[in-house]
Ligand binder design. Structure first.
Ligand SMILES: C[S@@+](CC[C@H](N)C(=O)[O-])C[C@H]1O[C@@H](n2cnc3c(N)ncnc32)[C@H](O)[C@@H]1O
Length: 287
């Protein structure tokens, strides 16, 4: 079978680093995610994955972050059986396969058109779920308008926030929370120091990508949209499952957790939202 040559650059290319992290994790006897589809996709890609610099500790870190976001997504779907999932900046993440949602769920994977094209060639579509993809930047107007606003909605976006500028993040969060009657936002962020440090890691530097938006105070985002509430904030240095890290990684994390300026280097966040009095943007447009 021909392998896929990669011509993507910048933020789009960085999805190969996270894919590779999950693939490496799946090969470990103590795998966190067991994402075998990631390993199969890696085998079909013609790319020098050493360029990502991902190995050992960073691979487990990627898997732990993904597992936390998977768990929160599952919890949402356990409470809202008929829901919409917006999986933004999906890259080549097989979250829909890992979660295997019920047929009552509408699942939408969104990323740039070139990424979605590659995704279609490399990954199978899930069975038994109302599934579709949208090829668009999440900062464009329009992609959200085609999605019915009839259900509680969870937007999960992993490895996206840092590539956005703050004003784009604000518009994105406002437009999602204004469109759907209620739901949840699940995403990871770096603090401002984390942004500075992560701009130097090989996965970002070698792809020619630049990280922009950092969040030091997750609670402050509550003022961005009416009805937006911070429910959980998990530091990367405290994410459940650190015992899966190699010994050096565990020690490193323990050290970081004790250094005040470094312990907030990254976080995984869960917000809930409820549009005041159930008044959605779609209802406003219908008037
Ligand atoms: C680090 S990768 C993460 C991919 C995936 N979430 C994962 O964990 O494997 C960053 C992803 O963000 C996507 N991305 C960055 N900016 C975006 C935007 N404005 N709209 C849509 N996707 C974007 C890139 O194309 C890429 O797939």
């Amino acid at each position: 079978m021909d392998r896929e040559k990669i011509t993507l650059t910048g933020a789009q290319e960085t999805m190969l680093a996270t894919l590779y992290g999950r693939a490496l994790d799946s090969r470990s006897p103590r795998s966190v995610l067991h994402d075998d589809a990631a390993a199969r996709a890696v085998r079909r890609i013609d790319y020098d994955f050493r360029k990502t610099g991902v190995k050992g500790t960073s691979a487990v870190g990627v898997a732990l972050r993904a597992r936390q976001l998977d768990e929160w997504t599952r919890e949402f779907l356990a409470e809202q059986r008929s829901a919409t999932v917006l999986h933004l900046a999906c890259g080549l993440d097989t979250r829909v396969h890992r979660i295997a949602p019920a047929s009552t769920v509408r699942w939408i994977d969104v990323d740039f058109p070139e990424v979605i094209d590659l995704r279609r060639r490399l990954l199978s579509e899930p069975d038994g779920v109302d599934y579709r993809t949208i090829g668009s930047s999440v900062t464009e107007d329009g992609w959200l308008q085609g999605i019915p606003a009839d259900r509680p909605t969870v937007a999960v976006f992993e490895g996206l926030s840092m590539y956005l500028r703050e004003d784009d993040a604000l518009r994105l969060i406002r437009s999602i929370t204004a469109r759907f009657p209620s739901g949840s936002l699940l995403f990871d962020v770096y603090g401002t120091i984390g942004i500075r440090l992560q701009n130097r890691v090989p996965a970002v530097r070698n792809a020619g990508a630049t990280l922009h938006w950092g969040v030091d105070d997750p609670k402050a985002l509550e003022s961005w949209a009416p009805g937006l509430t911070l429910l959980d904030s998990v530091r990367s240095v405290d994410v459940p499952g650190l015992d899966h890290l190699p010994r050096s990684g565990r020690l490193g994390m323990r050290l970081l957790a004790h250094i005040p300026v470094l312990r907030d280097i990254g976080r995984i966040l869960r917000y809930g939202f409820r549009t005041p009095a159930g008044h959605t943007e779609q209802q406003s447009q219908q008037r």
